[in-house]
Design a protein around this ligand. Structure first.
Ligand SMILES: Cc1ncc(C[n+]2csc(CCOP(=O)(O)OP(=O)(O)O)c2C)c(N)n1
Ligand SMILES: [Mg+2]
Length: 733
């Protein structure tokens, strides 16, 4: 095996960080005591020990090299391969082949190039590393264990078992050192772009001459699957346009997916594709050539004006009889193949999970480097604090996710003078009021800024020339936007939001689901929330989207019914730290509700509250609605009163917030035994729980139509008359 290029010193030690006086840690190449591999091994070297390969693939690589005494690199890389195949074998489940192929990349990153500290995986200025092809997570687990994170060999042995720290795909906040949840292919690329956005923005906002408070790279590995997925286009196109120069990706170019050879379906020239996006592209013909790979990483680090992609030819199942075959992708190799692989790799220890101490010690030196990097940053931070105490305190506040004092003081109360206001318009006013006092709020729209009312007055655009700008033009890339928002959120220091029409939430559903799974705070602004958008017609009129969002665990959906509820919804969303919040707003104007006569909009925080009660006695029927239908039930109440039917009006902007209230509160809003009628211009499914078996839901289980919205409402039965009729019948039961 060739030695890495002489310039294996971290490039941060030169160039852009050169003004730092501290001695930077350098990559130490292995002068570790010689490992008497061959002496210790039970197999002497010799070609006769090479197993016959299963099939003759045309581009099969030569047999893995024979380790030479003292070749700690190869020993350490093979340790990952051994752990990956043994863990999958023990679990009889998982993906051994890809970690075996990618082991050299992980090894070089974790031991030489990644600024990370196994003792403190959350250190703010660490480099980020995302494995977008999350099925290869044994690569991560083996590397994290070997590098000295809080992960033991027993954890590796528990791969994929109940309650283990090593689940089947990486899970956020579960295993130390995992940056983000991946699994659905392509998401990790989008997450990485989001992290690179966050880094670029925070660096531009906080760094001062001579003080690089924020200065890290974001690395990702992706495979054929990630690049076939459309989201990779959205994310890479964004990163290229915005020249996110500290983003570095590796493409696991192994020509194999589950169904077999990529020839079945894929012939993209990935290099040209990424070059066309504006990326800096390099090719590494053999990922096992550490010198070439290391040089490519260094060249990518030196390229600061463009994101980099390093296309690495790899061989799935490297060293095993199933090498270069789809059979190495997603199943245990089998006892026999594992034994043969040990021979091929010249790994002389037959017992499963054994890694020689020399290899572990070599990996653990990564921890020493990490500590130095980390301490060096702490000194930088301390110097920054004394030179620039105010921004230092601000930085600290943001990382702790503490809101600035008075962040909501500018939120207006809407009065009769404002008249009827579309909730999207009210949102625009409230969002501006919050953004003016909450600098960590960063986001924008997927090319619907004027419709989503998300323009921020006086706020500069995030642009290649101005990373300190915080209004984001995501382009028409909803899926990519969702994944970028997740990356921005998990990076820390930001509250990200993104917006589009509610109907297009479908285009970004996978990252919404992951935000919910990870419980990360992201705010979605979804306007044009129903058939009430009118003339654009049924392709743009959401029906099932509200229910579809509400049924995602950990998701909070809020659909306010007037301008003051909009203000409260934003308050809830900004404070919410435990998962994503979707704010759902109307295109059309909503009737003004006089809060001196009706219940306070502060009730939004509890999800549902009594807006208007029945003074003459207990209610005979409870009317519930969200959003634009609130005014229908307010009017219905008045008409019902004329015919002697006492109806309570309950505003229910968020069924999830209401579901999280104590049962006693729920019962005060919805008294048991009183029949209920719910009204929402959307699919009725999410309301049945709340109306019960005797209740009625007036909703939509068919698509809308293209016409002025009043006509569509009329035709689809969303009228005061219909509500009165249903409530009268329900009350009479
Ligand atoms: C969105 C999505 N679709 C499908 C899958 C299921 N899946 C997991 S791995 C894989 C094949 C990926 O091929 P590649 O990225 O080349 O992985 P390799 O076999 O080379 O490791 C598929 C289809 C998934 N995880 N995510
Ligand atoms: Mg592949």
């Amino acid at each position: 095996m060739r030695q890495p290029a002489a310039s294996s010193q971290h490039p941060a030690a030169s160039g852009r960080a050169a003004n730092n006086k501290l001695q930077r840690p350098v990559a130490v190449h292995c002068n570790w005591p010689s490992v008497s591999l061959l002496a210790a091994g039970r197999w002497p070297p010799g070609a006769d020990y090479l197993p016959a390969m299963e099939t003759a693939a045309p581009d099969r690589v030569a047999a893995p090299p024979v380790p030479q005494p003292g070749d700690l690199d190869l020993l350490s890389i093979n340790a990952v391969r051994i752990l990956a195949m043994d863990a999958v074998q023990k679990a009889d489940s998982g993906h051994p082949g890809t970690p075996m192929a990618l082991a050299p990349i992980a090894y070089l990153l974790y031991t030489r190039y990644l600024k990370h500290d196994p003792a403190d995986p959350d250190w703010p200025d660490r480099d980020r590393f995302v494995l977008s092809n999350g099925h290869a997570c044994m690569l991560l687990y083996a590397s994290l264990y070997l590098a000295g994170y809080a992960l033991t060999l027993d954890d590796i042995k528990q791969f994929r078992q109940w309650g283990s720290k090593t689940p089947g795909h990486p899970e956020y906040r579960h295993t130390p050192g995992i940056e983000v949840t991946t699994g659905p292919l392509g998401q990790g690329i989008g997450n990485s772009v989001g992290m690179a956005i966050a880094e670029a923005h925070l660096a531009a906002v906080f760094n001062r001459p001579g003080h690089q408070l924020i200065d890290h790279h974001t690395y990702f590995i992706c495979g054929d699957g990630d690049l076939m997925e459309g989201i990779s286009n959205e994310a890479a196109s964004f990163a290229g346009h915005f020249r996110l120069g500290k983003l570095i990706g590796f493409y696991d170019d192994n020509h194999i997916t589950i169904d077999g050879s990529t020839d079945l379906t894929y012939s993209d020239d990935v290099g040209q594709r990424f070059a066309a996006y504006g990326w800096h592209v390099q090719h590494v013909a053999d990922v096992n050539d550490l010198a070439v790979l290391g040089s490519a990483i260094e060249a990518a680090q030196s390229e600061t004006a463009r994101p980099s992609l390093i296309i690495c030819r790899t061989h799935i199942g490297y060293g095993s009889p199933k090498q270069d075959s789809a059979k190495a992708h997603g199943e245990a190799l089998g006892v026999e193949a594992i034994a043969l692989t040990r021979k091929t790799l010249r790994w002389p220890w037959p017992e499963a999970f054994f890694v020689p101490p020399e290899a572990i010690a070599n990996w653990r030196r990564a921890g020493d480097r990490g500590r130095i990097w980390h301490e060096e940053w702490q000194m930088r931070y301390a110097a920054y604090q004394s030179a620039h105490p105010e921004p230092a305190a601000e930085f600290d506040r943001r990382l702790r996710r503490v809101l600035p004092p008075g962040w909501d003081a500018g939120i207006p109360t809407f009065t009769a003078e404002n008249g009827n206001v579309a909730s999207r318009a009210a949102s625009g006013i409230v969002l501006n009021a919050i953004a003016a006092r909450t600098p960590e709020l960063i986001g924008g729209s997927a090319d619907l800024t004027p419709s989503n009312n998300t323009a921020l007055a006086g706020v500069r655009n995030f642009s290649p020339e101005d990373f300190a700008g915080r209004y984001m033009h995501f382009g028409i890339r909803e899926h990519g936007m969702g994944a970028m928002l997740n990356g921005m959120s998990v990076h820390g220091g930001l509250i990200p939001f993104g917006s589009t029409f509610l109907v297009f939430s479908d285009y970004m559903r996978p990252p919404i689901r992951l935000a919910a799974l990870m419980r990360v705070p992201v705010i979605y602004v979804y306007t044009h929330d129903s058939i009430g958008l009118g003339e654009d017609g049924p392709t743009h009129q959401p029906i099932e989207q509200l229910t579809a969002l509400r049924c995602i665990p950990n998701m909070t959906v809020i659909r306010p019914g007037d301008a003051n509820e909009v203000a409260e919804s934003w308050r809830v969303a900004i404070r919410h730290t435990d998962g994503p919040v979707a704010l759902v707003f109307s295109r059309q104007k909503l009737a003004y509700i006089d809060r001196t006569r009706y219940g306070s909009a502060a009730g939004v925080a509890r999800g549902a509250y009594v807006l208007a009660d029945t003074p003459g006695g207990p209610p005979r029927v409870v009317l519930l609605a969200s959003g634009s239908e609130l005014s229908l039930i307010v009017e219905a109440q008045q008409r019902l009163a004329l015919s002697g039917v006492r109806a309570r009006v309950v505003s229910a902007p968020s069924l999830e917030l209401f579901a999280s209230q104590p049962p006693e509160y729920q019962a005060t809003v919805l008294p048991p035994d009183v029949p209920r009628v719910a009204v929402e211009a959307a699919h009725p499914m999410s309301w049945y729980r709340w109306v019960g078996s005797t209740g009625v839901v007036i909703g939509l289980d068919r698509f809308g139509a293209s016409a002025p919205f009043q006509r569509v409402y009329q035709d689809r039965g969303l009228t005061v008359e219909h509500v009165v009729e249903a409530a009268t019948t329900a009350a009479g039961r």
